[in-house]
Design a protein around this ligand. Sequence first.
Ligand SMILES: N[C@@H](CCC(=O)N[C@@H](CS)C(=O)NCC(=O)O)C(=O)O
Length: 214
Amino acid sequence: MLKVWGRANSANVQKVMWAIAELGLPHERIDAGGAFGKTDTPEYTAMNPNKLVPVLDDNGFVLWESNAIVRYLCNAYGQNTLGSNDKQAFARADQWMEWNATAIQPEIIATLFWGLIRTPAADRNVAGIEASAKRAGERFGLLDAHLKDRAYVGGERLTMADIPLGAMMFRYFTLPFSRPSLPNVEAWYGRLTERAPYREHVMVDYASLKVPGA
Ligand SMILES: N[C@@H](CCC(=O)N[C@@H](CS)C(=O)NCC(=O)O)C(=O)O
């Protein structure tokens, strides 16, 4: 059985849990990180010396880095579902994962989520937050054009390409900042929110992560 260490309200844990649920894999999630601690223990640092969540244990094969875990799960258990035997189709999905990692997630998590939820209002870099929201909106314009003639990022069904990007969208659409009109991205997000695994693992309330004064 797969074991995942990580708190349910972590966006990086959510990618992994959403993928596992879409793949229908038996699993156990163990709360760790944030208020749950555990990541400083010798047992945990032996698994992940970064002391971060998530960590996957697949029958003794231990892996950290959420995107690497998602790729592994799709390759090992989802070749004809989230993953693909076709190397070019897999590379195309990987392209969107990398784009998320470098162009999207730093804006949504490192600047917007941290600025608005993990920083007291008095200490907030308002100009930095506005600039980041603008950049994210502009970059999503590119995704909006891509989604014009497809239901999901990789085509007509959900694939690995949707997972890390999709995991960002709940925060993007629920944090308080201004967004441009993105009809195709909004329609895609709407499709994600109709999926039970997405609702269960990604649409997780993050109010408890708010610091006092945020
Ligand atoms: N690049 C890593 C980043 C992992 C990461 O930053 N995890 C955060 C949660 S999203 C964490 O462990 N924070 C400390 C904690 O929760 O105790 C990944 O994608 O797995």
